[in-house]
Design a binder for this molecule. Structure first.
Ligand code: SF4
Ligand code: SF4
Length: 355
């Protein structure tokens, strides 16, 4: 039954890996603060295919083949050359990739922290042990509701056994992300999911499901209440201090500097660099041709979508440099680029900031 027992088992090997992971994390924070000319995090897609079909999702299909391992290795090596600190695999569903262990091994070989985002459906004990052996550092599973419905089948009732397996066998860090918004029927489910995550010894975060283009939609009063209740449970998570998400919950725009294309890269299954999952097509440069000069240019490029953006992982990465270098160029992904064509205005315009 959901809610019963099985707190996280900690083996000697698991504890040693966790301690080493902490040291590596501290080192990467030091590197991130020391210089701005390298990406802190890249999200890379080894499989666009997904075994589920969540109603709010625009990041999957049912036809794409997995990216071959040798191609994934070339892309990861290039991220290594750019000095990327954390590489996270997402999708689609990464566990549908037949050679995912090799992808993770390569991420560790280039010196990056290795993370993945999964719906968890394909986990079993053997797969968890293979992920341990490959060197996975972090796993995030998003659980949307308690019982599956037409919007989402990422449900606690379906996945609780998988969570118990992870609690027993995983030597990597596990974070359970609960959500509000996006048509999820009962916001109270997020509270149940969060309590279960903490009971099993995992960390817990709460996200707000963005609309079709990653832009802000205010939460209803009940959703906002649950959002803040869950945030109060997240004592061990630094996202507790993330004011961005709180403004989003209240439907307020954020004043921040999006460092996508610089400190954060999104690499699609075709090997192109995009700002984020919601702004695919910009800058749309093949990763193999992406240079430190591109990273530096995008660091100083403001994105017009930033005030109403809900892409929290980019918020968090950009926060490291919040106090740094005002952005002096502006790009308007999507709308303004098209408008630029219509009006003859350039896609990139100079902006002036007060600081
Ligand atoms: S499991 Fe993830 S990738 Fe698959 S449809 Fe749902 S949200 Fe999209
Ligand atoms: S502000 Fe940045 S992270 Fe947000 S949608 Fe725009 S490019 Fe993506």
């Amino acid at each position: 039954m959901v809610g019963m027992g099985t707190p996280r088992r900690k083996t000697v090997q698991g504890r040693a890996k966790a301690a080493l992971r902490k040291v590596r994390e501290l080192a990467l924070v030091g590197r991130a603060l020391a210089a701005t000319s390298h990406p802190v995090m890249a999200q890379i897609v080894p499989a666009r295919f997904c075994n589920l079909s969540c109603a709010y999702c625009n990041e999957y299909d049912k036809v794409s083949p997995p990216v071959p391992l040798d191609e994934m290795e070339r892309r990861i090596d290039h991220l290594g050359r750019l000095g990327t600190s954390i590489i996270t695999i997402s999708g689609g569903e990464p566990l549908t990739h037949p050679e995912l262990d090799g992808v993770i091994r390569r991420m560790r070989k280039v010196g990056a922290m290795a993370g993945m985002i999964t719906n968890g459906y394909l986990l079993n004990v053997e797969r968890i042990e293979r992920l341990n052996d490959a060197g996975l550092d972090h796993m995030q599973i998003s659980i949307d509701n308690i019982n599956p419905d037409d919007v989402s089948k990422k449900s606690l009732k379906v996945l609780d056994k998988k969570l118990e397996m992870l609690a027993e066998y995983a030597e990597f860090h596990v974070n359970i992300n609960s959500v509000v918004g996006g048509g999820i029927a009962d916001p109270n489910d997020a509270l149940v999911v969060s309590r279960r995550a903490l009971e099993l010894g995992f960390s817990n975060t709460i996200g707000i499901i963005h609309d079709g283009d990653g832009q802000l939609k205010p939460l209803g009063p009940e959703e906002a209440k649950i959002y803040f209740e869950v945030r109060d449970l997240e004592r061990r998570s630094y996202t507790r201090f993330n004011a961005f998400q709180e403004a989003i919950a209240q439907g307020k725009p954020n004043d921040w500097r999006c460092r996508a294309g610089s400190r954060y890269l999104y690499i699609c299954e075709d090997g192109l660099v995009h700002y984020c999952s919601q702004q695919r097509g910009y800058p749309g440069i093949p990763l193999a041709e992406y240079t430190t000069e591109d990273v530096k240019r995008e660091f100083l490029t403001a994105k017009s979508c930033s005030p109403n953006c809900t892409v929290s992982c980019v918020h968090q990465i950009s926060y490291i440099d919040h106090w740094r270098a005002p952005q002096t160029r502006m790009v308007s992904p999507g709308g303004a680029a098209a408008a630029g064509e219509a009006t003859g205005q350039p896609e990139l315009v100079q902006i002036h900031t007060g600081d």
